[in-house]
Design a protein around this ligand. Sequence first.
Ligand code: AMP
Length: 215
Amino acid sequence: MRLILIGPPGVGKGTQAALLQERLGLLPISSGDIFRAEIREQTPLGVMAKSYIDQGLLVPDDVTIGMMQGRLSRNDVREKGFILDGFPRTVAQAEALDGVLAHLGLGLSGVVAIEVDDEIVVSRLGGRRICPNGGEIYHILTNPPRVEGHCDVCGTPLMTRPDDNESTIRERLKVYHNSTRPVIDFYQAHDQLVRVDGSQEPEQVYEQIVTELPG
Ligand code: AMP
């Protein structure tokens, strides 16, 4: 299965991608995670991307498309199927993705739009904590780790993403409404869209996704 998850920051795309990986064996591909890995390694791409990410802005399309084209061309993508999390975020990226997949001879199984109110996003992201080692996602109120501040899986101290502060969250939401919502219309027009209510618990969101996807 080859899926795209679209939705505002903090709607739970990463959580759903992890569930789809665990239960269906799909490969999660997160453009944000790839950028963060490049930043950690201080590559030229990472240094450039960081200046946008820290402001809550989108990394330019040509850079993002080139990076994702490289990732999608690897063999594991063809073997396992994938869940794209955070890409495409603009209509230009969606059009480029169509071309990349056509070139690879791969079709999309479906596009899932997970939707939620902006204020829920602000409160969710303000309390989000991430394991810098394995990427596990926690929330200080709704999904706390067993030992405060440490990952349940590996014990590593949890971190707050630098772009999870309120002013950057609001900028990311503005960017989402202006640039990414048109991507939902793009896939709606191509009849590939399933809409899911992201205010539900993760298990309910997951159920809705697998129930409503075609096939
Ligand atoms: P995410 O982890 O998906 O919330 O992404 C974190 C940040 O990485 C975003 O706020 C953007 O600055 C950047 N980013 C991730 N994916 C994309 C994309 N498809 N296009 C442009 N910028 C992106």
